[in-house]
Design a protein around this ligand. Structure first.
Ligand code: FE2
Ligand code: FE2
Length: 458
């Protein structure tokens, strides 16, 4: 498909070009003025399939003349406020694009022309190829060309090839595209996963050696990596390469928070973290549990690694975000109708299954599987899978359980976060000794913070 984009919003045209090219496998020429568009039309009239007009001046005599030069070419006209006055040649204007929602309206309009048979798309229907693996776009693009094609998803079953095997992609374009346009995921085939994982591990090693390890950036990276590892485990299993990515990512998390992570500081930096629940709460949980351990004077690299790895893996076998937000079997029963029989089974088994994954990893400190296996046990002995009473819950699992509660409260409260409210909510259920001790350190941190704030006010 050959497209001429006539657009005077120059800051946007690069993005629009890229969006059309990647989504519809089209070739796009962009020009900012009618006079230049005229030259393109005169040179390539017979090859053009579509003209998109996005000019501030709206419809004018000059534009009408220009369109007359391209009879038979479909035109999409950009308008403001849903209407257009005096469209000169309605027969050629096959659709309107709303200016305020340009990107979305445009892809919609082009897709609709394809559906009506007015335009031809080169997209491939991969309905019968279930081997597509979803990878966070930024991660995939950071590894450079792969020995296979990269796809973008259009609908449930429709993918288009964004890059062919061995293509060198322009990272600037893609970054602009993925950040501004919000394309978060790209797809590769199952066969490419190993190559991707190996190359991505090299990337993580580079990040690890660099000094750019601030906690905000690392938490975002952790979320993308966590989601990707989750997908890889589902599609290709917990292979050696996937384990290596996991291990390196956990090392990065530990390195980014330093020797003495401060809960109040981490809360300030990360409480606004948003994203897919499973990955975002795993990330918060890693930082919170380490900050609490630090406060308890248990802050060693090994302890931080154990807690961060437990956080990374503890819900990784779940793929329903609503399911992952449940905390007990009672809650599961209450919302049972929302989930399938398979999901219910998945939830009941996830502490054990995720613990088994941790056990399979090599070069990992002991106890990580215990923390994961016990992450839904409760101080009152009513947790699962084993209904352990508090004295049988491992000390690091206690830290993790409280950090997990704090994480859930933080996500729920959002901007209304108030540590005292959290403490009020959980104090009653954490009366037993070791839970009380861990809670005490959160309390101390809150008091210090409140004191610091009152001193500032004073
Ligand atoms: Fe969780
Ligand atoms: Fe869980």
């Amino acid at each position: 498909m050959q497209v001429l984009l006539l657009q005077d919003r120059i800051d946007l045209s690069d993005q629009v070009r890229f969006l059309i090219e990647s989504t519809f496998s089209a070739q796009v020429q962009t020009v900012p003025m009618i006079s230049e568009g005229l030259k393109v039309v005169q040179n390539s009239q017979s090859l053009l399939d579509l003209i998109i007009v996005d000019l501030k001046q709206g419809v004018s005599g000059e534009l009408e003349e220009f369109m007359a030069q391209a009879p038979g070419v479909a035109v999409l006209l950009c308008v403001s406020g849903g209407g257009v006055k005096g469209v000169p040649s309605p027969a050629r204007v096959v659709g309107l694009i709303e200016r305020t929602t340009f990107m979305e309206s445009m892809t919609h309009a082009i897709q609709s022309l394809i559906d009506q048979g007015i335009l031809k798309s080169n997209s491939v229907d991969l309905k019968d190829s279930p081997g597509q693996v979803r990878i966070a776009a930024k991660l995939l693009l950071s590894v450079g060309p792969l020995n296979g094609d990269i796809y973008i998803r259009l609908s449930e079953s429709k993918f288009v090839k964004l890059f062919r095997k061995g293509d060198v992609f322009d990272l600037n374009d893609l970054e602009k595209y993925s950040i501004k346009k919000g394309v978060n995921y790209l797809y590769i085939r199952q066969e490419q996963c190993q190559e991707f994982a190996q190359k991505y591990k090299v990337e993580l090693d580079k990040i690890f050696k660099s000094d750019r390890l601030n906690i905000e950036d690392m938490s975002l990276l952790n979320m993308s990596v966590q989601e990707t590892v989750q997908e890889l485990i589902r599609k290709v299993g917990f292979s050696k390469e996937v384990q290596e990515i996991t291990r390196t990512q956990v090392q990065l998390t530990v390195k980014s928070m330093g020797k003495d992570p401060d809960l109040a500081d981490i809360l300030k930096k990360l409480k606004a973290t948003e994203g897919q629940y499973i990955s975002s709460h795993s990330t918060l949980c890693a930082y919170f549990s380490c900050a609490i351990a630090g406060q308890l004077q248990w802050g060693s690299d090994t302890t931080f690694t154990k807690l961060s790895l437990a956080a990374f893996l503890h819900d990784i076998t779940l793929n329903n975000h609503d399911l992952a937000q449940l905390t007990s079997l009672d809650e599961l029963e209450r919302y049972e109708t929302k989930f399938t029989a398979e999901e219910i089974k998945q939830f009941k088994n996830h502490p054990v299954e995720a613990a088994e994954l941790a056990k399979r990893m090599t070069e990992v400190p002991a106890d990580v599987d215990t923390i994961i296996r016990q992450h839904h046990e409760k101080a009152d002995g009513k947790g699962f899978p084993r209904s352990l009473s508090h004295q049988y819950i491992a000390p690091l699992a206690v830290v993790f359980i409280i950090a997990h509660d704090l994480t859930q409260y933080t996500i729920r409260a959002g901007a209304d976060f108030n540590a005292s409210v959290f403490l009020g909510e959980v104090r009653e259920k954490y009366k037993s000794n070791q839970f009380k001790k861990v809670l005490g350190c959160i309390e101390i941190l809150t008091k210090i913070k409140e004191l610091a704030m009152s001193m500032k006010k004073g």
